[in-house]
Ligand binder design. Sequence first.
Ligand SMILES: *Cc1c(COP(=O)(O)O)cnc(C)c1O
Length: 463
Amino acid sequence: MSDLRRALPSVGALLETVEVRALLAVTPRGLVVNAVRDVVARARAADGSTPADAPAWTRAVAEQVAAARRPSLRRVINATGVVLHTNLGRAPLPRAALEAMTTVSAGYSNLEYDLAIGGRGSRYAHCAALLTELTGADDALVVNNCAAALVLALNTMAQDREVIISRGELVEIGGSFRVFDIMAKSGARRREVGSTNRTHLADYAAAMTPDTGAIVKVHRSNFDVVGYTAEVPVRDLAPLARAHDVPVLHDLGSGLLIGLDEIGLTGEPTARDALAAGADVVVMSGDKLLGGPQAGLIVGKARYLAAMRANPFARAFRVDKMTLAALEATLALYRDPAVAFRDIPVLAMLATPLESIRQRAMRCRDALRAGGMESEVADAVGSVGAGAFPTATIPSIALVLHGDAERWTAALRGGEPAIVGRVHDGRALLDLRTVPDDDVSILVDAVLAAAPDLPEAARRSDA
Ligand SMILES: *Cc1c(COP(=O)(O)O)cnc(C)c1O
């Protein structure tokens, strides 16, 4: 061991080799120097990666330079079968949204400029008309995400006052964030009513005091309560709230603009339903089932929205032009539900018939076979993800890769592009509901590249 370490070249010596100097001619010096240092440091740590000879040293340096140049945030093929995977960036954007972002962001825009009067305009004007059109609300406001929308709404409507919430709705939304912690930061005081499984209108009524600022209804995004249960719908909370002159705030979480009954997802209200039921303000995410960019959409009564717009938090939570451009283009697709189901990737993936996914899987299997690798087409079960329809399972089709599942998933994650699959019953699965047809040949090439024991020539497909 000590002999090997004594044999390590110095950073200076490596920088003087012909190969590294060639690299320096086409690479910023700092990048190469850091790469050389990293490679030497790793060898010194004797972690088993000590290059064997001079060409191996320069190869290690070149690889390190390539790794450092690779963007940290990069594309991933989602083969998990979870349509809205929060860790994988939630909703893939519609083409129209991408085009709008490019058009608006590549140059200047009327983000806060009123072209009709030739003076200052409002960035909040841009999606408001579409949101009111699509939800029936008086007014609308877009902020950074639904959590920000919740803070802004509560801070505006109920700061230093009590907010009544059912113990059955104290939701943890993921990443160990809890809706009631977010509520606490808003400056509203939580007043819990009911029990975990049952809350009645009388519980809300008994909690009403002159100090009550709002009644909050939180959508149970990621869990279901079954058995001996009772909850009070907004329809029944609204008259009570009205009688005490307090507003009802409904956190819908995912947020739907159109019903998804036709693709078998039932039981969640649309924003229009929630408002019609009597909610004064509704908040929801832009990048869950809505299928747009990360955003928090707030719709409801004009007086609350006007107060929110004037709240300094609105400035802290404001969205960028790219978000507004993408959101406006996504919302516009909802004017025709058939277009929404066709052009919004999240909805299109959920609506894809099982038979189409099976065809896709068989194309993959055949292309892999042509590349010298055997795999199998099998039934699988996917889900919506991101706190929407938590108990719904979506039938899907997966490609089963033979061999060590953990080795497969690690190799696929390390590929370019990375593929994130799933291990089920000790087998590596690639669920194809979430892999669009356009990505099939990319997926096949990446699988072949990650396959063990294939001749180099076989690692390309014609899928
Ligand atoms: C997901 C969710 C949120 C947070 O939404 P983000 O857009 O991720 O901030 C808030 N409330 C509920 C009920 C949710 O499901």
